[in-house]
Design a protein around this ligand. Sequence first.
Ligand code: PLP
Length: 415
Amino acid sequence: MNRAREDSVEPTISWSAGQNRAILMIPGPTELPWPVIQAMNQPPMIQYDAQFDLNILEPTTQALREIFQTKDGEVILLPGSGRTGLEAGAISVIEPGERVLTIVTGVFGLLMREIMTRIGAQVTEFSVESGQPLDLAALEKKVEELKPKAITMVHNETSTGATYPAEPVGAIARRHGALFLLDTVSSLAGIDVRTDVWGVDLNMTGSQKCLTAPIGMAVVSVSPRAWEAMERRSRKPGSLVYDLLRWKELWMPVSRGGRVPDGTPRRQPISIPTHLTLAMQAATRLILEEGLPHRFRRHEVASRAFRAGLGAMRLEIFPHPSIASNTVACFKVPNGIEAGAAVKQMRDRYGILIGTGLERFRATTLRVGTMGLTASPLYVLPTLSALELALRDLGHKTESGAGVAAAQSTFANLA
Ligand code: PLP
């Protein structure tokens, strides 16, 4: 090929040619380990069969209790997604007219506010400026004034890439006799979440992020205090399928505080998706084999490497550095570039899917997940490389390879 022809061809090269799907670097759903995908390759089975309960559902529940770091609580798997878990938790403990303090740090804090409002709670919002730290003293003052039945919080605000301190908020809830409802949809199994130690009464997450299972399950852990709150209600919740107390009545063995004599058949209040449970079983096995401390450290190093790469490419992280998340990086797009155009270029030309920001930050920020499999140089380095090239295509030129080099040296120094 002569030089002139080469030049005319080059700008149209698609580096994703032949790739049948984009690599998921969005903040969930995330890439799945191959054993998790393979676990679903089974003929149909019956969800109420004793073998499914004994060999799959029960061990998966036990593994999840370890991952949730709860000995006192029960973990319940529900068909649905993170939102199902949030709504089930909320509707099970809160009665219409009861006071709830909702900490709103971004889009997912607003989601909890909306859920609580719809179930008839008297909601007071404690707003935190997007990406900024939480003022714990001001929060405690508000709790003292309001005396809410529950405080809700998003541990890792996926919309801004910020992690908030759940432990002191749990302590505030305890001091003031409030239940503590924590959304850990984008943190659990990627960031250290200590359900019992932090006094989390309802810890609500979804399958498709750091748990590295397919989308389709909500996972909720319920503390003894939350069960008591459900039992003390004056009226049953307005939802049958999301009423978590039914799990205690129909499914939990007596030895774990439930009503079903150990060793006798039990019933699932909602039919459990068998294939998704198989996938969850494989995912939890991998998580426990890796070990929680190692896994949290892996996410921390990978996210620090990714952020070092962004810095070297002159890209500014959106949240205050003190609360930058280990599972989601949210950063500003360079002036003059639209976030949607960057996502499209990354996906179409380089085969890597990243996310735009959400709501009012949709056009000005980008979001990348380092979750489960993707919290690794294997995914972080190609993503930085593609990001440099995609932004270069759109007019943001930085020193070639600077982002990858900075991330590489972070991996080398910290791992
Ligand atoms: N809460 C947080 C922090 C999230 O990141 C998400 C989803 O991204 C949700 C709740 C909603 O979860 P789902 O999309 O699984 O319903």
